[in-house]
Structure formats: C-alpha cells, structure tokens
Design a binder for this molecule. Structure first.
Ligand code: G3P
Ligand code: MG
Length: 250
C-alpha cells in the first residue's frame, strides 16, 4: 500500500518550516520573524541557537552580530545585558527598528503563544568550549515549552545531537548536511537520528527513495522556489525549510 507521502505532490502543511522565521519578509531569528511565520500560516519555525560569553542562550545564526544588526561584536564578548542596546531590525527594514536579538528563554514561550512548533538548530561555535553546557542550556529552556509545542533538534554536529539524545532519548533529531556523505545511513545510526535535513541542491531521486525505504525522513533546506522540489515529493521528500513559507502554502 502506498503511504500518504508517496501520493503527495507537495509538502503537508505541517512539513513547511519557516527558516530563521519568515526571513524573506522580516529580520531573521527575531520575534518579528516568528510572528510573520505565524501570520503566513506556518506551523513550524527553524531557528539557530548559540551562547553568549556569559552562557546565555540566544537565537542568532552568526558568531557575530555584524550582519544582522546595527552593532558589531562577537558573541563571546557579550552578556545578556548587552542585547538591549542592539537593534536587530533596522538592517532589514526601518519598520523593524528596535527588534532585539532574542533570548531562547523568551522565544520558547512566545512561540507557544503563537502556536508554532520549534526546530532548534544547535550551532557549534569555537567559543562554545563546553558541549555539555550548550546542550544542557538548550534542554533546560525547552523544558519550559507549552504542552502543545512540538520540538525537534537539528545540527551539523552529530555530537550535539548525541548529547541531546543523552538528555532526553525522546528528542526528534535531524542530522544536517550540505552534501550527502556516502555512509549517511551508518552515520545517522550512530547518533541515533531518523531524519536528515539536506541542502536542497544535494537531493536526488535515488537517495530519497533509499531513505524512504529505510523509514528515514528528509527535509530540504533552504528552498525558496517550490518548482525546484516538484519531482522530489513523489520520491519521498518529507518537508521543506524555507525563508518564505507562503510560497509553499499556496
Ligand atoms: O536548518 C537548515 C538551515 O538552517 C541550515 O543552515 O546556515 O541556515 O543555519 P543555516
Ligand atoms: Mg539554521
């Protein structure tokens, strides 16, 4: 019997994730970006988590604030108190002036209020010398989530996924790759993870069929043109991580 996803010509609605929030229309990894995702009708957001020098977990992609704020500085040199002076919105558009680099502690309850599920991408940066501190911090914040908030953990670092698995074996874990390693199935098993988040340019029909036959989910990142994925849904592609969920929600 064919499974539901083999009959699909596009992603299920709950398989469309807003990359860094709806980052095509609002500044990435901000509350405004997450609200925009909810307004578009997305059910999931992907966000990036890193630690400041004082150990505070923040939602930001880069190791500096330079690209996505009006300030400059490395995360390792910052404390939570510094964030209130950083405008993370004006670089994207004047109407977002005053938007902040958010604390994970604030984002988790806000996403609960917005009814959004969370794909937490754990970023491994050189200044984060303790993987245990990083993963324990993420885990502790996720304990505060609303009962209706679903979470998954993704990372390019298999050790981060392993550490999250050790903290709670029920975490849904996704291995991130830009290029598919030949021994992908063995690598996945050592985490253990049941899901791959793969750069959309690295997808192939053969890989998707192989993954589907092994019960492995595959989501594509970061794709902003639904036409590029058309042939992959029938081969078993599970979901998409996109800057603009509205393109896939049509
Ligand atoms: O989770 C998919 C995607 O976010 C991975 O790459 O660099 O945008 O965090 P990046
Ligand atoms: Mg990411």
């Amino acid at each position: 019997m064919m499974t539901q996803h083999l009959l699909a010509s596009g992603p299920a609605k709950n398989e469309i994730q807003a990359h860094r929030g709806a980052s095509a229309v609002a500044p990435e990894n901000t509350i405004a970006g997450f609200k925009a995702a909810a307004e578009q009708g997305a059910q999931w957001v992907e966000l990036d988590v890193a630690l400041l020098g004082d150990g505070t977990a923040v939602v930001i992609h880069d190791v500096t604030v330079d690209r996505c704020s009006s300030s400059k500085g490395h995360l390792k040199d910052m404390t939570a108190a510094d964030l209130s002076g950083i405008d993370a919105g004006s670089w994207f558009g004047e109407r977002f002036k005053g938007e902040r680099i958010p604390l994970l502690a604030d984002v988790v309850p806000e996403l609960g209020r917005l009814g959004l599920n969370i794909n937490v991408e754990i970023k491994q940066h050189p200044h984060q010398t303790s993987l245990e501190q990083l993963t324990k911090t993420v885990h502790e914040h996720l304990q505060t989530r609303a009962a209706h908030t679903q979470v998954m953990i993704s990372s390019f670092d298999p050790d981060a996924l392993r550490a999250m698995h050790a903290l709670d074996a029920n975490y849904d874990l996704a291995m991130l790759w830009s290029k598919l390693p030949e021994d992908w199935a063995d690598r996945l098993a050592t985490v253990p993870a049941q899901t791959i988040h793969l750069l959309y340019k690295s997808l192939s029909i053969g890989f998707l069929e192989d993954a589907a036959s092994r019960g492995i989910k595959v989501r594509a990142w970061t794709c902003n043109d639904p036409r590029l994925l058309t042939s992959f849904w029938l081969a078993g592609l599970t979901g998409v991580i996109t800057d603009d969920p509205s393109l896939f929600l049509k």
